[in-house]
Structure formats: structure tokens, C-alpha cells
Design a protein around this ligand. Structure first.
Ligand SMILES: [Zn+2]
Length: 86
């Protein structure tokens, strides 16, 4: 019996990208092309990305993801500019 899968390796893997993509897909399926906003009111967006609610450096590696637009909200998320090192 395996109650939970093992945690992912602590770097940016294809599995992690897939998990983020799945989070975005779930969000779009539920809410549509809609950014909940981060420091700004919610608004429509077609360029959504998933961000860690808790910064990975603070232990949020496999934690909850939050979906925000890449252009306006994702770049100022609490976990910082993690998209810049791909
Ligand atoms: Zn936004």
C-alpha cells in the first residue's frame, strides 16, 4: 500500500511542469480564462500560469499551486521570479 507518491526531486522537472500545467487546466475548466488577481482585482486572461502558494525555497515544493496570469500577476508572486531560470 502506497498512500502517497514520493515527493518530486527538488529541481524543475518535467513532472513539475506537468503538475503546473494540470493545475492551469483544472482552473480553466472550472473558471475559464480568468485570473483571480494578485494585488490587483481579478480579470480575464488567456495567459495563465501556476505558481507555488508557498515559495519552494520555504518548503512549498510540492505544495498547493495558485493560478495567476503570467503577464501581470505571476511575475510578482510570493515565490519570486522562478520562471526566469528555465
Ligand atoms: Zn492577473
Amino acid at each position: 500500500m502506497i498512500p502517497f507518491p514520493p515527493p518530486p526531486p527538488r529541481n524543475r522537472t518535467s513532472a513539475e511542469r506537468h503538475r503546473r500545467a494540470a493545475a492551469v487546466a483544472r482552473h480553466v475548466a472550472q473558471f475559464g480564462a480568468w485570473c483571480p488577481g494578485y494585488g490587483v482585482p481579478s480579470h480575464t486572461s488567456r495567459d495563465l500560469t501556476a505558481d507555488h502558494v508557498i515559495a519552494r525555497s520555504l518548503g512549498g515544493e510540492d505544495g498547493e499551486l495558485r493560478v495567476l496570469c503570467r503577464a501581470n500577476c505571476g511575475s510578482r508572486g510570493a515565490s519570486g521570479r522562478q520562471g526566469a531560470n528555465a
